[in-house]
Structure formats: structure tokens, C-alpha cells
Design a protein around this ligand. Structure first.
Ligand code: ADP
Length: 432
């Protein structure tokens, strides 16, 4: 193929030859016409190709344009390749961008991108939910016009983003605690990362409550004990009186001991995250043990009835099961007034689940307390629980043991009538 300049010279030469031949044979006019005609051929060819190019460019379909032959072939071929490469690059970029957006959307944390004016350039769905934003509506709005909490506005204005900011009572129900921190990036831009710390805050509050409760529970018997000690130390007392004081001191010391023991039991249960082992436990044998303890605790004040209607074994941790069952039995005895009756039963239900239940004719519990009974130190009647020697941890221990055995603790109670506490064990923990 001839290079462009040679081709041009060749066409001019051809036009001259044609004009010259025409001049000799047909005169001047024909010569001019034939020269122009020869020159018009490549021009026409170029015009047709450019028109085709325009048509395909306008239809955004340059890649499917059939390549012409000759001079334009290479130009169009390169153009087509350029467009194809560019389109491919754009497609890769779009896919990459979509993947980044998907990843940011999948984040459990809220993400907001702010420009140098603190205007929202982008935010994910979690951030929209946390702050009640709507990206389509709020894009390029200044964030401090949308989140108007004074501490947040101050945080933005101060520009000291080394420390995070805690925003409590956020969300539509004001029940969210959010931890927010701004990180600089790019050209004076900022990335706001927002984490939902509601559960952490709750756990922290529970821990503080727990420490306060334990301290309070310990302080009371210690104060009483010290009072008695001072009295015994400073007063000349008769032996009978002294013995009475010692008895009272012993009962306070006993109360502290029970509390420490229950705390240790709870700590052990909480630190053990594995499910309970599968030792085969003979519940009827355990029933006899429970009955003995119950008789000692009741001292004939209640009618007691202990029965096993099934000889199936329970697969679990014998010590833990005994602790859970005896907590339920001792609660029933401690809260049921004299002459009341208490029955404990081991049976299988129609679904093949094992049930240990304790029913009493005690004061019952009104329904608003039921969901909270297994919280540590939750009591319906604080003074009554103390009088009966309760630590406030019994049902929390039962609940933990139930969880470790994949069992359900079901509490049915009618205020004034009595209660039934049932531990329901799954079929997988029952053996013939
Ligand atoms: P406590 O050591 O105070 O008995 P628990 O965790 O064993 O603590 O029980 C929590 C609360 O549940 C008790 O303070 C009491 O108010 C209530 N409760 C538990 N068992 C019974 C029951 N059988 N009858 C009535 N109330 C009960």
C-alpha cells in the first residue's frame, strides 16, 4: 500500500494525465472536467467514509462499523480499537466502583464521605438508618445541618478527630448508642465511621450495676456483723445474750458465704462457654436427695410431694443439674408460707422432652416481673428475699445451667395462687 503523500501525488499525476489526454483529444473543457473528475474520486470516497463514521459515532456503535478498504481502513481500525479499549476500561472501573460500594454497604458500620466543606458526598444505608439520612435527598448537604446534636457539631468544628465521639439516645426510638470518628483522607476530605455500641454500652452498664449490687449485698451483712461485734466488745453481756448475738453474727456470716458461693458458681458457669457434658444422670436418685434437703429446709411447715414418672436418664452435668433443681425447690419452700404445698416432678412430655418441674402454692409472681426474674439480683420483693436468706442469684444460676444443657426455663405463675418453674430438656439429652 502506498503512503499517503505518494498516493496524493499519484492522484494529482493521474488527474494531469487525464486532463492532458482530454486536452489533446477533446479540447480544454473536457480536459478540466476530467481533471476535476479524477480529483473528485478520492474526495467522494473520503466524504462517504466520514459520513459512515458520523452515523456509527452518533449511534454509539463504532465497534460494529465494517472497515472500509484503503486509506481510511487504518484510521477507522485504530479508532475502533481505541473506543473498544476505552469502553472496556470504563466497564472495569464501573465494576470496581460497584464492588467498593457493595463492600461499604455490607459493612456493619455506618460510613459517610464528606468533602472539604463537610458536605455529604456519599453514605451507606447503615449511616442513613443511624442518622435518618436519605442519600438521594441529602447528597451535597452540609452534615451539620442534618445532624444537629450540639456535641456532634462541636466535634466537627473543633477538628480534633484523634478521639471518637459517643452519641447516645440516637435512632428513631432514641435507643441507640453510636461511636463516631472522623478520619481525614484525600484532599481535605473526611470519612466518618459510625459504630453501633448499644450492646457494649448495655454490657458496661450491667457490669457497673453488678459491681454496685455485689458491693451493696456485701456491705449490709458486714455492717450488721460489725455492729454486733462492737456491742459484744463494749458491753458486759450475760452468756445467754452473748449466745444470741453470736447466732445473729453467724447468720450474717452465713449470708455472706452464700453470696460468695453463688457468685463463684455464676462466674464458673459464665466462663465455661462449652455445652454441658453428657453424663447419664439418674433423676429418680437425685429426687431422693432433693427431697431430703427440702424436708430439712421446710422443717415440717409444708406438704411435700416428690415424684418421678419416668426412669429415663438425663444427659448432663450432675453437679450443675443438682444445683439448678435444688435452687428451684429451695425457692418454692422459702417463698411458700407455712401449710402450703410443694410438689417436684420428673416426667417426659408427649414430644419426648424431659421436664423437671416444681409447683408451689406460694404468693405467685405477677406477670410484669416474669421476664426479669432470671436477671442477677432481680427480686420481686427485696426485703422478703433477704428474710428468706436469698442472694438474688438463684434463678440467674438456674438460667445459665439451663442454657448449658440447651434446656428451656418456663415460669408460669398467678399472683396470689402459686407458681410452677419447669426446666424442659431437649430429646437429645434424654436416654432410656
Ligand atoms: P432469691 O435469692 O432472691 O430467691 P432468685 O434468683 O432465686 O433470688 O429469685 C429471684 C426472685 O424471684 C426472688 O427474689 C423472688 O421474688 C422470685 N421468686 C423466685 N421463686 C419464687 C417462688 N417459688 N415463688 C414466688 N417468688 C419467687
Amino acid at each position: 500500500m502506498l503512503p499517503a503523500l505518494s498516493r496524493f501525488i499519484f492522484i494529482i499525476f493521474l488527474a494531469f494525465i487525464a486532463a492532458y489526454v482530454a486536452l489533446i483529444n477533446w479540447g480544454e473543457n473536457v480536459a478540466i472536467a476530467s481533471g476535476i473528475a479524477i480529483l473528485a474520486i478520492p474526495l467522494g470516497y473520503s466524504y462517504i467514509n466520514l459520513a459512515r463514521l458520523r452515523r456509527y459515532v452518533l449511534a454509539d456503535d463504532l465497534e460494529s462499523m465494517p472497515l472500509p478498504s484503503g486509506f481510511w481502513e487504518e484510521v477507522f481500525f485504530r479508532l475502533q480499537r481505541l473506543v473498544r479499549d476505552l469502553k472496556l476500561q470504563i466497564k472495569i472501573n464501573v465494576q470496581q466502583h460497584a464492588r467498593f460500594i457493595e463492600a461499604f454497604q455490607a459493612s456493619p458500620n455506618g460510613i459517610v464521605m464528606l468533602d472539604d466543606q463537610d458536605q455529604i458526598e456519599w453514605c451507606n444505608a447503615i449511616a442513613e438508618q443511624f442518622f435518618g439520612l436519605n442519600f438521594k435527598r441529602d447528597v451535597m448537604q452540609r452534615i451539620n445541618f442534618l445532624i444537629r446534636r450540639p456535641e456532634f457539631v462541636q466535634y466537627l468544628n473543633r477538628r480534633q478527630f484523634e478521639e471518637p465521639l459517643l452519641l447516645s439516645r440516637m435512632g428513631s426510638d432514641s435507643n441507640l448508642s453510636l461511636m463516631l470518628q472522623a478520619f481525614p483522607f484525600g484532599d481535605k476530605r473526611h470519612l466518618l465511621l459510625i459504630q453501633d455500641v448499644t450492646d457494649l454500652q448495655k454490657a458496661d452498664a450491667m457490669r457497673r450495676d453488678f459491681v454496685a449490687n455485689v458491693s451493696h449485698e456485701m456491705r449490709t451483712p458486714i455492717t450488721v456483723l460489725m455492729g454486733f461485734l462492737e456491742t459484744v466488745q463494749s458491753l458486759e453481756l450475760e452468756k445467754a445474750q452473748k449466745d444470741q448475738y453470736f447466732d445473729m453474727m453467724m447468720s450474717q456470716a452465713q449470708r455472706m458465704k452464700s453470696l460468695v458461693e453463688d457468685l463463684l458458681t455464676l462466674a464458673n458457669l459464665e466462663s465455661n462457654t462449652l455445652p454441658a457434658p453428657m453424663q447419664a444422670v439418674q433423676i429418680p436418685t437425685m429426687m431422693a436427695l432433693l427431697k431430703n434437703d427440702a424436708e430439712a429446709l421446710s422443717q415440717g411447715r409444708h406438704a411435700l410431694n416428690f415424684e418421678s414418672t419416668s426412669s429415663c436418664k438425663l444427659l448432663g452435668d450432675e453437679r450443675e443439674l443438682l444445683s439448678a433443681f435444688s435452687n428451684l425447690v429451695s425457692n418454692a419452700i422459702r417463698y411458700t408460707p407455712d401449710l402450703g404445698s410443694i410438689s417436684a416432678k420428673w416426667s417426659m412430655n408427649p414430644q419426648g422432652q424431659g421436664e423437671f418441674s416444681v409447683t408451689d402454692t406460694g404468693p405467685g409472681i405477677s406477670s410484669e416481673h416474669l421476664p426479669r426474674l432470671t436477671e442477677r439480683f432481680y427480686r420481686v420483693d427485696r426485703s422478703r428475699s433477704r428474710d428468706t436468706g436469698g442472694t438474688g442469684l438463684g434463678l440467674a444460676i438456674v438460667k445459665h445451667i439451663a442454657n448449658r444443657h440447651q434446656a428451656q426455663l418456663v415460669i408460669e405463675s398467678i399472683a396470689g395462687k402459686g407458681s410452677t418453674f419447669t426446666l424442659r430438656f431437649p430429646k437429645e439429652r434424654i436416654s432410656k
